[in-house]
Write a protein that binds this ligand. Sequence first.
Ligand SMILES: Cc1ncc(COP(=O)(O)O)c(C=O)c1O
Length: 388
Amino acid sequence: MIPFINVRAQREAYLSEFKQAEQEVLDSGYFIGGPQVHALESELAEFTGAKHAITCGSGTDALTIALTALGLEPGDEVIVPDFTFIAPAECVMRMGGVPVFADINAETLQVSTESIEARISDKTRGIIAVNLFGQCAPYAEIKNIAKSHGLWLIEDSAQAFGATQNSTPACTFGDISITSFYPAKPLGCYGDGGALFTASDELAQKIRLIANHGSQTRYIHEICGMNSRLDAIQAAVLRVKLRHFKDELKMRRENARKYNEFFNAVPGITPQEIANGNTSTYAQYTVLADDRETFIKKLDKAGIPHCIHYPMPLHEQPCFANFLPDYNIASALYGPPGIINTLPPNIADKLLENANIHADRAAEKVVSLPMCAFTDVDEIIARLKKEM
Ligand SMILES: Cc1ncc(COP(=O)(O)O)c(C=O)c1O
């Protein structure tokens, strides 16, 4: 059976290194924090070129810590892409903030800078840009927008640790950048884990304080913080994987090249476009299928696992129901059966201004295929050739 992500093959490939690293942690008596975690933080900083790399319990925690460090207050608006994993919007909402959903670019699927600008109000405090599926969002433009409107920027690089934009590594574009070490991520551990990156000494100090119960000195709590720390065993696993990571990225990119070559010749299937100047980690290898149902039937017949990242834009998620009615009304009208076309043009235009049309369309078309350094893409393409 073809696995969607072959974590077993990866474990076998570096088994003796993993066993030694894991045994050392178990024998050391340091289970949370300690030398493995400190060493990993130095290596993450060196890999990305970020001044500070601070590990924590998960990518979701990293977003919450970042929002806390940047001073998000109830009622503050934060612009997030409409088409992504829920975590950025969820974290804003849990802290009493208001996620405001921006549309995406139809080809790269990254957040649209025009849409970000259109969503800025006098309540907007910041932007969370997501490096969707492994390539960076358009940071030159996003940083300009943030600067000219006095907004902070969080770079959600949960899917893109190891990507670059014009040779600059991901995790260095935000006032705070974050990543996730969830097992399925390009650099994943054997449980939950995450990290924050910043160039600011002041923010780095705040981040450490928040993640450790608001405490620098034991049992003195300067602020109300939280418990979000990386386990030493996860750090040891990540350090082994980091040693092989550049090679794995090359293998992932070679796999993507083979997929692209094949799908570029298949009518009705369009691979996610990688923007000029970007390299991707291919956290997901995703295509847009004009007739998704038929494509999925062919994948099933060929025994190729697949996932839909993501089945709906965030504004349609039940947890945001009744939250931003404009978006929902506009999208509902836009979608089949095309009620929008029956409305007077001035009303239709006004509604469409509010609709995140490309996010809606992407959710109807996306399909992700097996992708990791150990994926046998030749075998997948051979099987597909028989069905397409
Ligand atoms: C874009 C994005 N942000 C945040 C997260 C949250 O990371 P974690 O699962 O480590 O909490 C994920 C995880 O899938 C993600 O894809």
